[in-house]
Design a protein around this ligand. Structure first.
Ligand SMILES: Cc1ncc(COP(=O)(O)O)c(C=O)c1O
Length: 323
């Protein structure tokens, strides 16, 4: 394939099949780390910028793009903005990985990290408050609001969901992680329309307030929020599963050790969600999930024994490789 613009394409769909993952269930994992910018976030980044341009909100040589991101949207927007010529300011927090910071900086994006926690022990509320102040004081700032903009849902309805459906028209269970819920809602709306028999199962982190559960401290970026996104609509979702970060970490190491899959934290969470739900899965049903990124951004955290000893001392190092 020859391309003339990074901002027009995402990677062709690739599914990795894990046979007999648990209780005889085969799982098909859609590998979104293959996109340019190395995550699923290239899809909303391309679509959200295109829509803002079409609406006339984003103007070249005038506007500066502002986003709130724990890493992947910031990276994807840095690629899109570099190609299109928009300055980018990414509002993030201490949980962003050094890999993501470096990537955004290499593409010319500026990062501002908030350090004060919001009332739900996370940073999203503080990030959004800062962005509001920035927008109030500078009309050249244009906020790519992935938590409230329905275009985030459309981006996945038109790409992720339709790609999954083309490959697997008869899915029994589709497991999707919930961050902004763009992926989840885009797929849920698509499958409720074209394959209403497919069970849509949301996987969120323990401590996330997205579905109204109690807030708690979280360290792994990707899934979960401390301020519920307004685009979420639980009426499209059949089940909500919560995963402990410690189980996410164990699953990431299990996938690496036993399947040679080096995946990011949210991928570990969705596969852990499948493990937790496995007893409910009907025999021979097709099970699909989405891996938003690979493990390369997590070599200083999830895949680093020092970090693990510090943050999760309850996981003995040897046990990580013996699941
Ligand atoms: C690694 C990773 N996984 C999962 C998600 C969640 O995707 P969504 O925001 O579409 O819910 C994100 C979002 O940033 C992410 O970066």
């Amino acid at each position: 394939m020859i391309i003339d613009s990074l901002t027009k394409i995402t990677a062709p769909p690739i599914f990795y099949q894990v046979k007999n993952f648990i209780n005889g269930v085969d799982v098909h994992i859609k590998l979104e780390g293959l996109n340019i910018s190395s995550s699923i976030k290239m899809k909303p980044a391309i679509w959200l910028i295109k829509k803002l341009e079409e609406k006339g909100s984003l103007v070249r040589n005038k506007s500066t793009v502002v986003c709130s991101s724990s890493g992947n949207l910031g990276i994807a927007l840095s690629v899109v903005c570099k190609e299109k010529g928009y300055p980018l300011v990414c509002i993030s927090d201490p949980n962003i990985s050094s890999f993501s910071e470096k990537y955004i900086n290499l593409y010319g994006g500026k990062i501002i990290k908030v350090t004060k926690k919001d009332e739900n022990n996370g940073y999203l509320g503080t990030r959004l408050k800062l962005i509001k102040e920035m927008l109030d004081n500078n009309e050249e700032y244009v906020f790519v609001d992935q938590y409230a903009n329905l275009d985030n849902i459309d981006a996945h309805f038109l790409t992720t969901a339709s790609e999954i459906f083309s490959e697997f028209p008869k899915i029994g269970y589709l497991f999707l992680g919930a961050g902004t819920t763009g992926t989840l809602m885009g797929c849920a709306k698509f499958f409720k329309t074209y394959s209403p028999g497919t069970k849509i199962i949301a996987v969120d982190a323990v401590g996330s307030v997205t579905f109204g559960f109690p807030a708690a401290k979280r360290l792994i970026p990707g899934l979960g929020t401390s301020s519920a996104p307004s685009i979420v609509d639980a009426s499209f979702i059949d089940e909500i599963l919560l995963v402990e970060e410690v189980d996410t970490i164990k699953m990431c190491h299990n996938l690496l050790e036993n399947y040679g899959l080096f995946l990011g934290g949210s991928s570990g969470s969705v596969l852990q969600g499948i493990k937790q739900y496995a007893k409910n899965i009907v025999q021979h049903a097709i099970v699909v999930t989405v891996s938003p990124d690979f493990g390369d951004k997590y070599t200083n955290t999830i895949y680093n024994n020092e970090w693990l000893q510090d943050k999760f001392p309850q996981i003995p190092p040897m046990e990580l490789f013996n699941l």
